[in-house]
Design a protein around this ligand. Structure first.
Ligand SMILES: NC(=O)c1ccc[n+]([C@@H]2O[C@H](COP(=O)([O-])OP(=O)(O)OC[C@H]3O[C@@H](n4cnc5c(N)ncnc54)[C@H](OP(=O)(O)O)[C@@H]3O)[C@@H](O)[C@H]2O)c1
Length: 230
């Protein structure tokens, strides 16, 4: 059955491949990112597919605007994939409050506020999937200059566990996938010269299957999807 799905960060990388796959499978997907160009490429790729693609070019940090668009276009939500993320690689001693706020706004506060404000629109048994990183898992190998990004994913992991408790009575489920390396623009910025453990298409297949099938058997979990580090 066709699901109503919101994917953030769909203009490139994982979100692009994930959206294309979900539309190919016949779902109705609202795809969000700031770049018109990436979204228009997505529209072209999906033009002959059986599902329905709706594009929304905006900054996800304008949560109210995004929620209004979801209400207008999807009315209800079966799956939310919080995939968009901000990235920064910078020496610890040079970090500013503004930079920390930018990373935490996009990677922590917005995914949380989006869930809060979408609550009336979630269908019973809806599934929220937060796309996290192995860098945000306690005890994993950490790398210099990635403190804001990795710690924001650590916060997202705990938020996932808390949300599962908060949403229990609404029959809405929430999990995080802590990804290893995937060959995207973000990975190339983080680890120039390294090759990633997975292609965006391979990882998108795993995420799509998990988002559509894992809940309610899996809920409130942070699952590492990785065989390399980075
Ligand atoms: N690649 C990896 O190795 C890896 C590893 C672990 C976890 N992850 C996670 O996987 C997810 C996808 O990463 P990726 O590698 O595909 O990254 P990417 O290539 O940098 O793509 C990020 C996407 O997020 C969107 N985005 C960022 N900030 C946004 C904002 N404020 N509003 C709207 N859209 C925004 C970007 O679109 P616009 O710029 O057009 O807005 C883009 O579509 C992220 O959560 C990332 O942390 C990736």
């Amino acid at each position: 059955m066709a699901k109503h799905i919101l994917v953030t960060g769909a203009s490139r990388g994982l979100g692009f491949h994930l959206t294309r796959l979900l539309v190919h499978q016949g779902h109705k997907v609202l795809a969000v990112a700031r770049s018109q160009e990436g979204l228009l490429q997505l529209k072209q790729d999906c033009s002959a597919m059986k599902g329905q693609l709706i594009l929304q070019a905006q900054d996800i940090n304008n949560v109210e605007e995004l929620v209004q668009e979801v209400e207008r276009e999807l009315q209800t939500v079966d799956v939310l994939i919080n995939n968009a993320a901000a990235f920064l690689k910078k020496e610890f001693t040079k970090l500013s409050r503004d930079e920390l706020q930018r990373i935490y706004n996009t990677n922590v506060f917005t995914p949380l506020l989006l869930v809060q404000q979408l609550l009336p629109l979630f269908n019973s048994h809806a599934h929220i999937v937060n796309i996290s990183s192995v860098g945000g898992v306690q005890g994993s190998l950490k790398f210099k200059e990635l403190l804001p990004y990795s710690s924001s994913k650590g916060a997202l992991n705990i938020i996932t566990e808390c949300l599962a408790a908060e949403l229990d009575e609404h029959l809405v489920y929430c999990n995080a996938l802590a990804l290893g390396s995937v060959s995207t623009q973000m990975f190339k910025k983080a680890f120039p010269g390294f090759s990633a453990g997975a292609s965006p298409n391979e990882m998108a297949k795993y995420i799509a299957h998990f988002a559509l099938n894992a809940a309610p058997l899996i809920n409130g979990k942070v699952i590492s999807v990785s065989h390399t580090n980075p």
